[in-house]
Design a protein around this ligand. Structure first.
Ligand code: ATP
Length: 357
């Protein structure tokens, strides 16, 4: 990463609202032409960070640079960024064309250029045929595209998106994810996307910053975040995982020697330097395979099954009565053990990871 291809550089940003600290010294770089997602549960500070980039919030400390220029103190309208909000905030009495044109004219574009640009962005979001409609005559997904067109019209250097899909129903949301990612590629600018929905983040992002309690917990590609979570919070928040208490015997060069519940020795990657003693093992439910009792890494007793179409979830209990979930991919060949049966569980490569707190 060179400073040349950094679109937004956030350095040690602190934001306090009275006694509440919403951001505790957040630092991260967002690259040009990157789909970057701020992901975390409600209250983690992701909206505050996005609003700080937009200039709607003054930060208490730290700096924000856009393509090498310090914009920390700049008012929102002087920043070359634009925001798409959760509620699209379209003018209901104006046509699509006028909604998109309004901001351009107000920021000083001359009429012929603005008309050309409106045509261009409506084509980009595939709404050319809807130019004369009013928002009330359009579906939620179409209104969302109008909001995108309006935000992209003035050619911002970075587009900020604050949970823009949350007003759409599930099916539409899934379709719009694909469109939004394609749009980001086509415009070639950085999109900074805020969501609490991990599936949304995993499907669209080039990189994700996972946040909790005003801090960045991990930054990485969807795959890195899912496969190599750095701590319990990230492992638990992204996807599903079983967290087991285990005895850690040693950790050398990122590999831990541990004792699993039931007593067998096991070696797995460790997320951080963990001292010998008690540790937390994250085990992904879809990376566990079934075998004969006595043959795998654990012995377990089947407590129940849930049929979910593509998958079958098994709940099992281990020797120490700890319960874990196993997910079997459903096919004609899948053998589902009965409740009460004794089975062995084998951990596939990459199934387990020793985590810091
Ligand atoms: P959500 O998904 O619910 O929008 P979020 O992760 O975006 O949550 P923020 O809205 O950034 O979280 O809020 C971070 C913290 O700052 C929360 O504890 C919130 O209560 C607090 N906060 C946000 N805005 C204000 C404000 N204007 N005044 C006081 N506290 C605020």
């Amino acid at each position: 990463m060179t400073s040349k291809n950094i679109a937004v550089q956030i350095d040690n940003v602190v934001k306090r609202y009275g006694s509440v600290t919403a951001l505790h010294g957040v630092s991260l770089d967002i690259l040009e032409n990157e789909f970057f997602t701020l992901l975390g549960p409600s209250g983690c500070g992701k909206t505050t960070l996005l609003r700080s980039i937009a200039g709607f919030e003054d930060v208490t400390a730290g700096t924000i640079q856009l393509k090498g220029k310090d914009i920390t103190g700049q008012p929102p309208h002087q920043r070359p960024v634009n925001t798409v909000f959760q509620q699209y905030a379209l003018f209901p009495h104006m046509t699509v064309t006028d909604n998109v044109m309004f901001g351009l004219l107000r920021s000083g574009w001359n009429k012929p250029e603005a008309v050309r640009r409106v045509h261009e962005v409506l084509e980009l979001v595939q709404l050319s045929d809807f130019a004369e409609r009013k928002p009330g005559q359009m579906s939620g997904g179409q209104q969302q595209r109008v909001a995108l067109a309006r935000a992209l019209a003035p050619r911002p250097e970075v587009l900020l998106l604050d949970e823009p899909l949350s007003a759409l129903d599930l099916k539409l949301r899934q379709a719009v994810r694909v469109e939004l990612k394609a749009l980001q590629r086509e415009t070639g600018i950085a999109f900074i996307f805020v969501t609490h929905d991990q599936e949304e983040a995993l499907t669209m992002s080039d990189r994700i910053a996972v946040m909790s309690s005003g801090r960045v917990q991990q930054i990485g590609t969807p795959r890195e975040i899912y496969e190599s979570p750095v701590n319990r919070f990230v492992a638990d928040f992204i996807g599903e995982t079983n967290l087991l208490d285990v005895d850690v015997q040693s950790v050398t060069d990122g590999m831990a020697q541990i004792v699993l519940p039931g007593g067998s020795a096991f070696s797995c990657p460790a997320a951080a330097v963990v001292d010998p003693g008690k540790g937390h093992l994250s085990v992904r439910p879809e990376r566990i395979t079934l075998c004969e009792a006595g043959a795998g890494n654990f012995n377990a007793t089947v407590l129940g099954q849930v049929y979910l179409g593509t998958d079958i979830h098994l709940q099992v209990s281990l020797a120490d009565e700890e319960k874990i979930d196993v997910r079997l991919q459903n096919s004609e060949a899948t053998v589902v053990p009965e409740t009460g049966s004794h089975i062995g569980l084998q951990l596939e490569a990459g199934a387990a990871r020793l985590l810091a707190d």
